[in-house]
Each structure stands twice: as C-alpha cells, then as structure tokens.
Design a protein around this ligand. Structure first.
Ligand code: SAM
Length: 232
C-alpha cells in the first residue's frame, strides 16, 4: 500500500490524512527501520508493507470506536508501538499509555515519542498483568494487537478498563467461544465482533469489542504463572 493508497483507504475509515500525519508516519518508519537493524522490532520493513500491515492495520480500530469521544487509551504488548503510536498521531488529544514487558522496545518507543514530539504519552516497562493490578479501572479504552489468546488477554486487560468502557482485541482468526468463561469471571461482555479483510491481502481481521459491565473482582489478574497454568 503506497501513500496514495493509504490516504484513500484511511479516508474510507472516516479520517482525513494531512501532510503532518504523513510527515510523522515517515519519521516513524525511518526510526523503525533504523532501530530494527540493532534490535528485533518487526519482521516487516518494506515501506509499503509497513503502511498496510502496521499503519493502516492499527487505524482499523476506529471501525468499532470513535476515539474523538474517548480520553485515555492503553495499548498492552505494544511492541514497536502498534496500534498505540499510530492512533496517537491521528488522535493527539488521547492520553496514551503503552505497556510492554520488553525494555528494549520501551527504549525504542522513548526515541519515537521524543523525535515525533508526541505529548501525553506514558511508557511502561512491565508485564500487563502486573501493571493492571496497580492500575485498576483507569482507562476509557484498552487495546492489544497480536499479544495472546483472547481468554488470556481479557485477564490482562479488563481490570484496566473503567466500568461501562471498552477493551478491543485486534485479532486475526479468533473463536470467542473459548473466552466465555473468562468474560463472565472478569465482568466483560462482547458487544461487537467486526470481521473484515485487510485490503490487498488475503488476511482476515477480527475486532472484538468488549464492554466492562461492572468492576472486575480484585483476585484478577492473577500472577502470570497462574494465568499460564490455569487460563480462564
Ligand atoms: N502489538 C504489537 C504489534 O501488533 O505489532 C506487538 C506484537 S508482539 C507479537 C507481542 C508483544 O507483546 C511483544 O512486544 C511482547 O513483549 C509483548 N507482551 C507479551 N505478553 C505481554 C505481557 N503479559 N505484558 C506486556 N507485554 C507483553
């Protein structure tokens, strides 16, 4: 997906791409490729592929939520900043928190935030489930792309979400039936599943939008060893 195709596809999501957005995305792309030579950030480095599989794909979150009406967003297992940094470029009002268990990725993100001049961004080097225990019911939107299976992801994420607000899992293929127990125990309810194909690719996407119906019981999230041994 070249820049012209990106601008067209993003406009179909209801967003206007400005020259400032492109300037920031280009800078982000340069940093990604440069730092990827020193550390493993992404397997995708071709310019047009990054525009499709990282930049455009990150923005598809807005198919299921209008971020103009949300204040705070937390991206767990953000890696090189997807979808969090891309969303922040297009919605600069968001108070953004990026969480990753790998400190080298957080170090890269520190440079991205500084070089792109992004404000109101907090970078957290921690496991999501540890961070969630100390930051319950704090965010309007929590999201994650390519981090864990849905039942596990729900335990990491739902404690972070304010009551009546949302967790959105950005998935490929996912059978939500395996997560019904986790949803019940963590006080979440699926309100929307949006299945679509990534343009130009034969790649299926599924956005799973979950509302938090009441406070999550304080015994969740459990320690990682417990989550792994006995997933909900
Ligand atoms: N979200 C990014 C994307 O879509 O490109 C990165 C995906 S990468 C496959 C998964 C990332 O999740 C890694 O950076 C890893 O360190 C992080 N991760 C996995 N489990 C985690 C956890 N429990 N807490 C925080 N980060 C986690």
């Amino acid at each position: 997906m070249n820049k012209t195709e990106f601008i067209e596809a993003v406009s179909k999501l209801g967003l206007k791409v400005t020259s400032e957005h492109i300037r920031l995305l280009e800078k982000y792309y340069e940093l990604l490729v440069e730092w990827n030579k020193k550390m493993n950030l992404t397997a995708i480095t071709d310019h047009d592929e990054v525009y499709l599989k990282h930049f455009y794909d990150s923005l598809t979150l807005i198919r299921v939520i209008d971020l103009n009406h949300e204040q705070s967003l937390c991206d767990i297992g953000t890696g090189a900043g997807f979808p969090g940094i891309v969303l922040k470029i297009f919605y600069p009002h968001l108070v953004l928190t990026l969480v990753d268990a790998l400190n080298k990725r957080i170090k890269f993100l520190e440079v991205v935030v500084r070089e792109l001049g992004l404000e109101k961004v907090t970078l957290i080097h921690d496991r999501a489930e540890e961070y969630a225990r100390k930051n319950r019911e704090k965010f309007d939107v929590v999201t994650a792309r390519a981090v864990a299976s849905l039942n596990i992801l729900l335990e990491y994420s739902l404690p972070l979400v304010k009551v009546n607000k949302h967790f959105i899992a950005m998935k490929g293929n996912e059978n939500t039936k395996n997560s019904l127990n986790a949803l019940a125990l963590l006080s979440g309810k699926i309100v929307l599943e949006d299945e679509f194909m990534l343009p130009r690719e034969n790649a299926k996407r599924n956005l799973i939008k979950v509302i938090k119906v009441k406070e999550t019981a304080t015994r969740y999230p459990r320690k990682f060893s417990e989550i792994k041994k006995r997933p909900l």
